[in-house]
Design a protein around this ligand. Sequence first.
Ligand code: RNT
Ligand code: ZN
Length: 421
Amino acid sequence: MEKVTIEKAYQIAKAQYAEMGVDTDAVITELDKIVISMHCWQTDDVGGFEKEGAELGGGGIQATGNFPGKAKTIAQMRADLEKVMSLVPGKQRLNLHASYGEFGDKFVDRDKIELKHFQGWIDWAKKRKMGIDFNCTCFSHPLADNGFTLASKDPEIRKFWIEHVKRCRAIGAEMGKQLGTPTIHNIWIPDGMKDTPIDRYGFRKILKKSLDEILSLKYPKKYLKDSVESKLFGIGSEAMVVGSHDFYLGYALKNNTLITLDNGHFHPTEQIGDKISAILQFADEILLHMTRGVRWDSDHIATFNDEILLIAHEIVRSKVLDRVNIGLDYFDASLNRIGAYVVGIRSVQMAFLFALLEPNKLLLGYEEKERNFERLATLELLKSKPFGAVYDYYCMKNKVPTGQGYIDEIVKYEKNVLLKR
Ligand code: RNT
Ligand code: ZN
């Protein structure tokens, strides 16, 4: 897009928003403070680098599609992530899974991972002035095959996974220390049952005990923050997930950890956006996994849809941007994977921009005077305001492609890099 066109469109947008009391320059400054934690697992369909040609398996999460060009080495993965970052404005963090360490030629099992396997990532992030978030990998492993990890009734299996998660937290704390920004370590486990369990209570008691043991070692919050992620159901855990929302909400509040809200992990009409202002009355911080569930927890690429918009609106309206950590969680193997990142990141940013451009004073005034018609009408009018012109201007200021410019860039990268792998 022509620079003058973007400038002109921005000036018009600025005047239109100013009429409603919104300062677009100030909004851009706010938007630029938002950091998005990029999940590493869209690069290779959640495969990881423990073994050559590692595939996602077990635990019920599934990437579908076989679009060419998936990252097969860490070098390719880093190149892809760098490409993504060159096409989006704003700041990013890297959200790494433990299965993505640099393990060399020999197999390193999950209960043996060490800092040295992740030092390369830390150095890579340091160079780019990025923080890292970290995740234990409690799936795609023979010891997760019967559907249970930290909630297993087999003490040997439980011991193995407890050791894995303890090591992940230690590595995470070191990441946070070296990078000067706390690493959030997120615990998600697949544990659950396909058919009606008899001992839900027993499994949940075991999970609580495992978590207590894992979290008994405290790290300074400036290095490591712990978070726990719930789920409603998964493939193979339709009847019960041990780590349900009630379980983890209780656990997080009682133990002062963060809670991870993945918007694919709830009943289809349940809104994460509505939960934020409730949970933050009691918890200090939350972590988001932004995604798009199509009919179920399908992990489609996040888009600018009602669900994401409500989340963004609620965070902005509640003025809790500093207490919400924004992460992405989706994996689509049916299209260009770099494109998947860029679309998701840009869509989430646009949702926050849209929310920040809301005339809060005006709307709150209507609400407090019980002028509900005016409130609704204004919310509807906002949908046709030129927020796209503000986003283009933001991209231009950040020296990344504007408008449809990034599509061409990605197609070029596909031809020159991805298709040659
Ligand atoms: C699974 C959870 C979890 C994973 C990642 C790969 O349902 O959403 O966050 O997607 O850890
Ligand atoms: Zn998730």
